[in-house]
Design a protein around this ligand. Structure first.
Ligand code: NAP
Length: 264
């Protein structure tokens, strides 16, 4: 069987926004291994350079780009540079995200704006600019990173959930709007993944016990758990899939385990 026909990203140009660590790093590495020319973007250029060097060490192609999604000028300049350097952009993975965990009533409007300007306004703007280029090419794959909060409610994540729910809806609308241009737009919604964003929360034993007792697959996820789905959604194998939110969550959204056991 020629798996390349389905999964090879040979010669495709991929921009991963938020590739300096965590889930974005794992996705960038995987796309590189699958043959894409990967452009790694985020604010921390030193970290990006280290990731790009590791990817090049695997005989894959990678370059870096300093880009702050909260700054529209940085987005326009960055995407223009990618198009100048590579001539096109086939795959966009929007991973950049942040969170402030707080009771809803304690959120200041400044904090609200800070989370929105990265997770929603920033991703919207990147997608607008890249989408325009993909429309001209009549080809593109856009992968947004959602969350369990794209559909579920967890306490103290009100503003984060607004952004991740918004990304889910944005992706559906764009999937429809840009389908005539052969652009597929999907969401990967990761479950609980151990990264810098969540490390403190998962240091608590009661949190780890709660997960182990309730989630179908009781372990925490790793960034690498997300990478295979990114390859799939970037590849020809997913050409007939668009506007979907795909959970990679150890079964979290399928249901939860409980202590009850039927009598023998
Ligand atoms: P992380 O380790 O904190 O990584 C966040 C990434 O986003 C970094 O590369 C960071 O790079 C980049 N970033 C943040 N603000 C940015 C900005 N203004 N401009 C450009 N890049 C920016 O977090 P993670 O857990 O891997 O999260 C990645 C994505 O997955 C986020 O969207 C998050 O909401 C989502 N997610 C995570 C989990 C989880 O359990 N970890 C679950 C569901 C969804 P710089 O700091 O260098 O800019």
């Amino acid at each position: 069987m020629n798996l390349d026909k389905y999964f090879s990203l040979g010669d495709q140009v991929a921009l991963v926004v938020g590739a300096s660590r965590g889930i974005g790093r794992a996705i960038a590495e995987a796309l590189g291994e699958a043959g894409a020319r990967v452009v790694l973007a985020a604010r921390s250029l030193d970290k990006l350079e280290a990731v790009a060097a590791a990817i090049r060490g695997q005989a894959a192609q990678a370059s870096t780009l300093r880009l702050d999604v909260a700054d529209p000028a940085s987005i326009s300049a960055g995407v223009e540079q990618v198009l100048r350097d590579h001539g096109r952009l086939d795959i966009l993975v929007n991973v950049a995200g942040t969170n402030i965990r707080k009771r809803a009533e304690d959120y200041t409007l400044e904090e609200f704006d800070a989370v929105l300007s990265t997770n929603l306004r920033g991703i919207f703007r990147v997608t607008q600019v890249v989408g325009a280029a993909m429309k001209r090419q009549r080809k593109g794959k856009i992968i947004n990173i959602g969350s369990l909060t794209t559909t579920l409610g967890f306490p103290y994540l009100s503003v984060y959930a607004v952004t991740k729910g918004g990304l889910g809806q944005l992706s559906k609308v764009l999937a429809v709007e840009w389908a005539p241009y052969n652009i597929q737009v999907n969401v990967i919604a990761p479950g609980f993944i151990l990264t810098d964003l969540t490390r403190e929360m998962w240091q608590r034993e009661d949190m780890r016990d709660w997960l182990a007792a309730t989630q179908p697959n009781p372990r925490l996820g790793t960034p690498e758990d997300i990478a295979g789905m990114a390859i799939f959604l970037a590849s020809p194998a997913s050409d007939y899939i668009t506007g979907q939110v795909i959970f990679v969550d150890g079964g979290n959204t399928a249901g939860s385990r409980w202590p009850f056991q039927p009598s023998a």
